[in-house]
Design a protein. Structure first.
Length: 618
């Protein structure tokens, strides 16, 4: 019986030897979990935080109990410094910027010098932080400091009758008490480990991918890891930056090897508009029953805007699409996208003045992993310098801000220009993509049996976002309609918005790509506009644009079209990828997500695809 009591007591020993450490680190962890819960409807703390934190802190105590006492004291002090520092930084960032530690935040810190850091702290440190979420972290720290001061005070006076020398002194009384405590600890550990094991497995999976794209795709899974503590968020941020650094390094290494043999400047001004989340089947230009694209439709009727009928995106994730659109890599090529030149580099080397305006991909502390993954190569200083002559430094709530940016920067234009404008478009949430004063569609206009009032309101928001996007795109065209210019419009991917009888909007990143899903999330509008002067000056190009409008196309080959329009001759250009060329390979497989051939997808049996989707939604 004594042996059993000793064995059971061993489970309590790590906490007995590190009682103060266990108590305050657990309290700090709980505060960090709840302090960063957004104050929005439906937001909640990680459901298994109490259990997983118990496992984490207990295992730390186990490790500490295995080392000599002197080393243990120093290790505890070191961990205190790390834990409190990270907690203060993480919760401070949440209180000030509504964001915890992110890969972009870490990247920005790495690019900040001492003077900038000092100015930043001077601007944002204020007394009112004590009464924010950060106040709870500071309270735990203050109680911890006070406890240690009082314990030292009583020890010096050899007072043995106070509870301050050890909060858990009651358990030191007898072997039986320790055995009972050991049983309780063992039960709690087994229960907590089993309850939170799935998150540990998911975190291990997240941290073992070889590139940032796979990491991003993992985070679209419903079962992705919850990084519920600052230390996990920091580790992930370091890991994500390391992965992107590898691809950036490969791209930077290739800057000097980018070669242009010659350039005819066939098109003096090329404009590429990149939209967001545009389902082709929700576009008036393609037969949708709501007049949400009146301006572009009117231009198409005049014959100056040519809509292409069969264009798909290679992915339904913005960051993946951007890498395919900017790199001369096409799906099926050897190697990775970062092994190939980026098309703006070729334009700059050819003598074009390249302007890049984005309303999404600028580094900001609150940036999500998706934006970080999509924009890291665009924002790297060396790569940005190699690709762009001018670019914006400010984001706007609405896309009309991009018009102001272009008007401000157009003075830098030369005789040969490439202008790339990246809009927010219809990026979720749709309600915030159109000013209230410009909303036209109302939920009462949607006769969709089986859909409730809230769902119809989302439909109206989406169409209003498309209508607003139509006005922005048209104003971009107006800025070039008197020039010798050609404008291309392409969104990154499609979007679900209550297709058929499906009660869902957004994108299903982690389910099987079926014909129904491809129809909604990969079918995209794509058109080419030619100004009157361009049609007169380049009748053969205008004829080629019209001739190609019904060819099958996937946007990973877009850079080859742009190089052709510019007349750039380079070894990296491929005639068979240029949809305007008679040598274009229209039969090449259009592989979606590196998984399925779009043109081989078959319509599912009635109801089967919807049922599969419903299972995924559960």
């Amino acid at each position: 019986m004594d042996r059993l009591s000793r064995v059971l007591g061993l489970f309590f020993e790590p906490i007995r030897l590190n009682g103060t450490f266990f108590l305050f680190m657990y309290a700090l962890g709980i505060v960090c979990t709840y302090a960063v819960v957004p104050d929005v409807k439906g937001a909640h703390a990680y459901s298994y935080a109490w259990q997983e934190l118990f496992v984490d802190v207990y295992l730390l105590c186990v490790v500490l109990s295995l080392v000599p006492v002197r080393v243990r004291k120093w290790l505890r002090r070191l961990f205190y410094v790390i834990a409190y520092t990270l907690a203060i930084i993480d919760v401070y960032c949440f209180a000030k910027f509504d964001s915890t530690i992110t890969p972009t935040m870490l990247l920005l810190v790495g690019e900040t010098n001492g003077q900038e850091a000092g100015e930043f702290l001077a601007s944002y440190l204020s007394f009112d932080l004590i009464f924010s979420e950060l106040g709870w972290v500071l309270l735990v720290l203050a109680v911890h400091v006070l406890y240690n001061l009082l314990r030292r005070f009583y020890r010096k006076r050899e007072c043995q009758k106070t509870i301050l020398p050890g909060i858990l002194s009651a358990f030191r009384c007898s072997k039986r008490a320790r055995a009972l405590a050991g049983i309780a600890v063992l039960f709690l550990f087994v229960y907590s480990a089993s309850a939170s094991w799935h998150n540990k497995v998911a975190y291990h999976r997240l941290m073992t991918y070889g590139n940032i794209g796979d990491v991003e795709h993992e985070l679209t899974e419903k079962t992705h890891a919850v990084q519920y503590q600052p230390i996990y968020r920091l580790m992930f941020s370091i890991y994500a930056n390391r992965l992107t650094a590898q691809q950036v390094g490969q791209l930077v290494k290739g800057i000097d090897s980018v070669q242009v043999d010659s350039c005819s400047y066939r098109s003096p001004h090329i404009v590429l508009i990149i939209g967001e989340s545009f389902n082709r089947h929700h576009a008036q230009l393609y037969g949708y029953d709501k007049p949400n694209m009146p301006r572009q439709t009117a231009r198409a009727k005049k014959g100056e805007l040519i809509p292409y009928s069969d264009v798909v995106a290679p992915w339904n994730l913005t960051s993946f699409v951007f890498k395919h659109i900017f790199s001369l890599y096409t799906v099926g090529d050897k190697g990775d996208w970062c092994d190939y030149p980026l098309f703006p580099e070729l334009f700059r080397k050819a003598g074009y003045h390249v302007t890049f305006l984005t309303n999404q991909f600028l580094p900001q502390a609150k940036e999500a992993v998706y934006d970080f993954s999509g924009g890291f190569f665009l924002n790297n200083p060396e790569l940005s310098k190699a690709m762009f002559d001018t670019r914006n430094k400010q984001l706007y709530y609405f896309d009309e801000g991009m018009l102001k940016e272009y008007d401000r920067l157009k003075k830098h234009n030369t005789d040969h220009n490439l202008t790339i404008i990246h809009l927010k478009g219809m990026h979720v949430d749709y309600r915030t993509r159109c000013p209230k004063s410009k909303m036209h569609f109302k939920r009462e206009e949607y006769e969709r049996p089986g859909f409730n009032s809230r769902e119809k309101q989302v439909m109206a928001y989406y169409d209003n976002a498309i209508l607003y996007n139509d006005s922005i795109v048209d104003q971009i065209i107006q800025r070039f309609e008197d020039d010798d210019a050609i404008v291309l419009y392409v969104p990154d991917h499609g979007e679900e918005c209550y297709e058929g009888n499906l009660h869902f909007f957004g994108r299903m990143h982690s389910t099987e790509v079926t014909a129904r899903l491809a129809h909604a999330e990969f079918d995209i509008p794509f058109w080419i506009y030619c100004s009157h002067q361009y049609m007169v000056s380049h009748p053969e190009l205008y004829h080629e644009v019209v001739k190609a409008k019904d060819r099958r196309f996937m946007t990973d080959a877009l850079p080859h079209v742009l190089l052709y329009l510019a007349g750039i001759s380079t070894k990296d250009y491929r005639e068979d990828m240029n949809v305007l060329s008679d040598q274009y390979n229209e039969s090449r497989p259009r592989i979606l997500k590196h998984q399925v051939d779009y043109d081989q997808l078959e319509e599912p049996a009635a109801g089967s695809d919807i049922q599969q989707t419903k299972e995924w939604l559960k």
